[in-house]
Write a protein that binds this ligand. Structure first.
Ligand SMILES: [Zn+2]
Ligand SMILES: [Zn+2]
Length: 110
């Protein structure tokens, strides 16, 4: 009976790991496997920082996306280019981490 309980626990942990990892932009399949092997990971996972910390999301599937991405890693659709103002030269340039005009690192305003 204990064996069945452990299998159930692992299944629940894997499902939780898959769900949380998906929401946080991690590799869901990988985390489902990890949580299935080490169930306590599923309890720790909610405290992990979300991968795409810049808050950008795919407008099509609403999955977190990095601002360096040009296409969504999940659905493969092209992501709209976000413009950011360079703090050094004041130009509006594609938000790719650094200014395409003067090469200064772009700071996030929000
Ligand atoms: Zn997408
Ligand atoms: Zn600049």
């Amino acid at each position: 009976m204990v064996g069945r309980l452990v299998i159930l626990l692992r299944a629940v942990a894997a499902l939780a790991g898959w769900y949380i990892a998906r929401k946080k932009g991690y590799n869901a399949i990988l985390w489902a496997l990890l949580c299935g092997i080490v169930p306590p990971l599923a309890l720790a996972l909610p405290f992990f920082p979300a991968k795409a910390g810049d808050g950008r999301r795919c407008p099509f599937c609403s999955r977190p996306a990095s601002r360096l991405d040009t296409v969504c890693a999940q659905c493969g659709r092209p992501l709209p280019i976000e413009l950011a103002q360079c703090g050094r030269c004041g130009a509006y340039v594609p938000d790719r981490g650094s200014c395409s005009r003067c090469n200064a690192p772009l700071k996030r305003t929000c």
